[in-house]
Design a protein around this ligand. Structure first.
Ligand SMILES: *Cc1c(COP(=O)(O)O)cnc(C)c1O
Length: 446
């Protein structure tokens, strides 16, 4: 593969953009390929190379790169009528009504412009609503580039995970290992009356893909109820993907107090949203006094793209298609691993997937492979050793994944998220032949 154009674009980019990119995960080694255009389930780079795309914009693209006619024409019409106004539009109401119809925990929605902005606003809202300062996040969870959740450490011994954040922010943020109900009970026993909210992804999607152990979300729900804290599900990745239109909370049958959305709900345009019971969400200005505002919030082009994408998904068998392909891919990967790397773990559900390069340090990894994606099934022979937290994923062969495996897949024309941690996605434009082609590439690269 020739990468001359990408190389020279990166050379220019390094002079004018930090690290040559506008989002850090894009800076792949030795340099990223620059995309010229999308084509269904593929992208084509500046040198004309074509890749089977499982990055899908890091999550927003449920349908792939070719927008179906109704989505395309709605976007073009909104843009032609003037991109935005600083006054409300009907399409905002329609999208909020659509979300309310399909996600039972959501009565009202405030649209914002990114997942980060959604979690910032949700944390402010939860703190104001409860009159408390502390929030709890999962170690290895991700809630965007915000001061209150960029923390590291355990329990109440936390520190900012980035320079530039005053330690006072971390003092108000406690952390828990995902899937550890006992740790959650202990933390609440000590700090419960000070906790405004527990913020968690229903499935960790930015640190490998870690499925919840059965009953874990129910434990969090119960602890929040007992202590007057809010349960906030960050469904920026899982929303309108896992569980289809009802989102992951519908799939798991757990009702959060607040939900943050992003990615798919904007149909490929910048978006975020905070949804929940009216009584809480109406604390936002101007209905209440918790300040929240944004020049671009509820942007008509974004709202039209989101609404038409979700309508298209509702009216066509998009979720059946992508989930079926996801299953085919995960099952195929399971077979390949059994042959070539039995210590590795296939993770993911619905249209999310990843292979975690789990180590088998003492050579005693028990049992056969899990079935088409780890679901933390206690009856599985590998239950004791499968990755249950972000830390477990971090202990995997992350260097091998990034330095050897990812480039090998790229050279075979398969574009994966660039490190061990971020989820990969199947889209509606993918076909069974694409999945089989991807499996051949895995066979070769593993
Ligand atoms: C992507 C993501 C965010 C951040 O969203 P941005 O739009 O990148 O700001 C927050 N939470 C989760 C779970 C995400 O996957």
């Amino acid at each position: 593969m020739n990468h001359e154009q990408s190389r020279s674009l990166y050379d220019r980019a390094l002079s004018v953009m930090p690290g040559g990119v506008n989002s850090s995960v894009r800076a792949t080694q030795p340099y990223p390929f620059f995309v010229e255009r999308g084509d269904g389930g593929h992208v084509i780079d500046a040198d004309g190379n074509r890749y089977l795309d499982f990055v899908m914009g890091y999550g927003p693209l449920l349908l792939g790169h070719d927008l179906p006619e109704p989505v395309q024409s709605a976007v073009q019409q909104r843009a032609a009528e003037g991109p935005m106004y600083g006054a409300p539009t009907e399409v905002e109401v329609e999208l909020a009504e659509f979300v309310r119809r399909h996600v039972p925990s959501v009565e009202m929605t405030r649209f914002v412009n990114s997942g980060t902005e959604a979690t910032v606003s949700a944390v402010r809202l939860a703190r104001a609503y409860t009159g408390r300062d502390k929030i709890v996040v999962m170690q290895g969870g991700y809630h965007g580039a915000q001061e209150s959740t960029l923390v590291e450490g355990e329990g109440d011994h936390t520190a900012p995970s980035s320079p530039g954040i005053p330690p006072e922010f971390a003092e108000h943020t406690l952390t828990l290992p995902f899937n550890d109900a006992e740790a959650a009970r202990e933390l609440f026993a000590e700090h419960g009356d000070d906790i405004a909210a527990v913020l968690t992804e229903p499935i960790l999607g930015n640190y490998g893909i870690v499925h919840p152990v059965d009953g874990y979300h129910e434990t969090l729900r119960e602890l929040c109820d007992d202590h007057g804290s809010l349960l906030v599900f960050d469904e920026v990745i899982t929303g309108f993907r896992v569980g289809g239109l009802q989102c992951a909370q519908g799939k798991f049958g757990v009702t959060p107090d607040l939900t943050t959305f992003g990615k798919i709900v904007g149909g490929g345009f910048p978006v975020g949203a905070v949804g929940g019971r009216s009584e809480i969400v109406e604390q936002f200005t101007p209905a209440g006094d918790v300040f929240q505002s944004g020049t671009f919030s509820g942007h008509p082009v974004t709202m039209a793209a989101g609404l038409e994408t979700l309508r298209y998904a509702a009216e066509n068998d998009v979720y059946d298609h992508v989930n079926g392909l996801g299953e085919r891919l995960r099952a195929g990967l399971t077979d390949i691993l059994a042959d070539q790397a039995p210590e590795y773990t296939v993770v993911g559900t619905d249209s999310m997937f990843k292979v975690v390069f789990t180590r088998d340090a003492d050579g005693t990894q028990a049992g056969g492979p899990c079935d088409a994606g780890c679901t933390q099934d206690p009856d599985c022979e590998r239950f004791e050793t499968c990755p249950k937290t972000g830390a477990d994923v971090k202990r995997a062969e992350t260097e091998r994944w990034q330095r050897l495996f990812w480039p090998a897949m790229k050279e075979q024309g398969v574009f994966l998220t660039a490190n061990q941690f971020e989820s990969q996605f199947v889209c509606d434009a993918h076909t069974e032949a694409d999945i089989d082609e991807a499996l051949e590439a895995y066979k070769d690269a593993l």
